[in-house]
Ligand binder design. Structure first.
Ligand code: GDP
Ligand code: MG
Length: 181
């Protein structure tokens, strides 16, 4: 966590299986747009968003992958100095939920935070809009149980496509990273 003058810089990394909507969530949050297709991220490693948490100015520096998550080959620069790790799954895709354990472990291994038990994670269940919820396979109850088993990780459900709950989820991320309560 870096403090430039009074502004706090928080590095947030977003992890989860390919296709769950990580890039879409970031684009919706930062640029207010949704595209069906994204080219692999070119150039910038991260995007930033400025906001206020309890009147404190905060810059979220949100790091996305350029598809390397498929090979679990995210370099050490990606993990280094992360203040919060956002795990994303697709509520219509069981496998993306089941691999959360791996992403959680991989983060702790790679980032090697000082206090792994209390490191701030946030879970996002994305794509709640798909087919009006009829193709959903992971209940919110099940997701919340998983969060409980990992030391009460905050949980948000979103649709990057319909821009449902995206701002709230990232506000939760900033709050968690800043206060870790
Ligand atoms: P990433 O690989 O995790 O970065 O996933 P992307 O952001 O590239 O999204 C993968 C696909 O899912 C793309 O075709 C997106 O348009 C689509 N997608 C992402 N979020 C949503 C959502 O909330 N609802 C629906 N219906 N589609 C989504
Ligand atoms: Mg992506």
């Amino acid at each position: 966590m870096n403090s430039l003058k009074n502004r706090t810089l928080l590095k947030v990394i977003v992890l989860g299986d390919s296709g769950v909507g990580k890039t879409s969530l970031m684009n919706q949050y930062v640029y207010k747009r949704f595209n069906r297709q994204y080219k692999a991220t070119i150039g910038a490693d991260f995007v930033t968003k400025e906001l206020h948490i309890e009147e404190k100015p905060v810059t979220l520096q949100i790091w996305d992958t350029a598809g390397q998550e498929r090979f679990h080959s995210l370099g050490s620069a990606f993990y280094r100095g992360a203040d919060c790790c956002v795990l994303v799954y697709d509520v219509n895709n069981l496998k993306s939920f089941e691999t959360l354990n791996n992403w959680h472990m991989e983060f702790l291994k790679q980032a090697n935070p000082f206090e792994p038990e209390t490191f701030p994670f946030v879970l996002i269940g994305n794509k709640t809009d798909v087919d009006g919820g009829n193709t959903r396979v992971v209940s919110d109850k099940r997701a919340i149980e998983w969060c409980g088993s990992k030391g009460n990780i905050p949980y948000h459900e979103t649709s990057a496509k319909e821009d449902i709950n995206v701002d709230e989820a990232f506000l939760g991320v900033a709050h968690k990273a800043l206060t870790n309560e």
